[in-house]
Design a protein around this ligand. Structure first.
Ligand code: SF4
Length: 327
């Protein structure tokens, strides 16, 4: 049994003070991933700082942005009238994740911080550069059916497992972070990292920082949208490939469009080239097919996940068609 100290705090300031005091301390929110990591011996924090009593559960509109506190639960966000009305893509993506029970306790901040579900990462007998830098990547020539096809490195081909984050990157969300001295704002697309030479780092959160809220601009993307998740089971399974698609049509032309994928990279993967191609064009199957081909330009498979090279463009096309059918 691994012993750890449990601490509880009620303000962000005191939570950060406790965190910086001890580099083996971790924040505990919903704990839906952290406790698994501890049970498997992947991580062994000496202190768990329970942050659940910090008042960061707000879901509200402030000016032209929707603010979501880092400790709002996944289900509270997904079921909130404001989110269902103004950011339905986010609601749909959240409901595609995990199970109802997990969504009730998992928080928005925790969802962002969850770690890859690569099996080698969770098996402490296996080589894994993410868990233990320099030991190699078991998945590279091993069982890599769930792994990345975009932005991979020679050190790690893991994917980020979140559905929520795919919608957030598509919706141009921003993350508000705080340390003992100041707040800073980061574009959501810059929060998660590619593996590169430092696969042990999942994101750009600094060691003395805490996520306090998301800010998402209100948009006109609440009519034609879809989150399509392809997975091995109908529920409680991570994405093989997922696509967040939303667009606005005026005079039969696409005037604004957002496309992002999950299950394909170390971070939520925005499809900027496909978006640029589709802007100003008609929402036709031919244009959707060309956009999907553009998205695949730099994709590569690793054997077990080669099927994603076909599944991914097909999922993009299907998500766009389903978004269009809501007109
Ligand atoms: Fe570890 Fe990444 Fe390789 Fe998985 S893909 S074994 S997480 S280094």
């Amino acid at each position: 049994m691994i012993n750890f100290q449990y601490l509880r705090t009620t303000t962000a300031k005191s939570a950060i003070a406790l965190l910086v005091k001890d580099k083996n301390a971790k924040f505990l929110a919903g704990g839906t991933n952290l406790i698994d990591l501890m049970k498997r011996g992947v991580t062994a924090p000496e202190k768990l700082i329970d942050i659940n009593h910090i008042p960061l559960k707000q879901i509200e509109q402030v000016g032209n942005k929707i603010h979501i506190g880092a400790l709002a639960s996944n289900s509270a966000v997904a079921d909130h009238d404001l989110i269902k009305e103004k950011l339905p893509l986010l609601s749909l993506a959240l409901k595609a994740g995990a199970s109802a029970q997990l969504r009730n306790v998992a928080t928005v901040g925790g969802n962002m911080m969850q770690r890859t579900r690569c099996g080698y990462f969770y098996d402490i007998e296996m080589p894994c550069n993410k868990r233990q830098p320099g030991t190699g990547c078991g998945a590279m020539d091993g069982f890599n059916r769930m792994h990345a096809i975009f932005g991979t490195s020679e050190k790690c081909i893991a994917v980020h497992p979140s559905d929520m984050c795919v919608a957030l990157v598509a919706l141009d969300a921003e993350v508000i972070l705080v340390n003992a001295k100041e707040e800073r704002k980061m574009s959501f697309k810059d929060f998660h990292r590619l593996a590169g030479d430092t696969p042990q780092l999942d994101n750009n959160l600094r060691v003395d920082e805490m996520i306090i809220r998301l800010e998402i601009p209100v948009n006109n993307l609440a009519k034609n949208y879809h989150y399509l998740k392809v997975r091995d089971r109908a529920s409680y399974a991570f994405a093989l490939v997922s696509v967040a698609a939303a667009f606005e049509i005026s005079n039969n032309r696409i005037t604004d469009i957002r496309l992002a994928m999950g299950g394909v990279a170390h971070k939520p993967w925005r499809l900027t080239a496909s978006e640029n191609f589709l802007k100003g064009k008609e929402a036709t199957s031919t244009n959707f097919e060309q956009a999907a081909q553009l998205a695949m330009k730099d994709a590569r498979g690793y054997g077990g996940n080669d099927f994603k090279l076909i599944l991914a463009p097909n999922t993009i096309i299907e998500a766009l068609n389903l978004a269009k059918s809501k007109a």
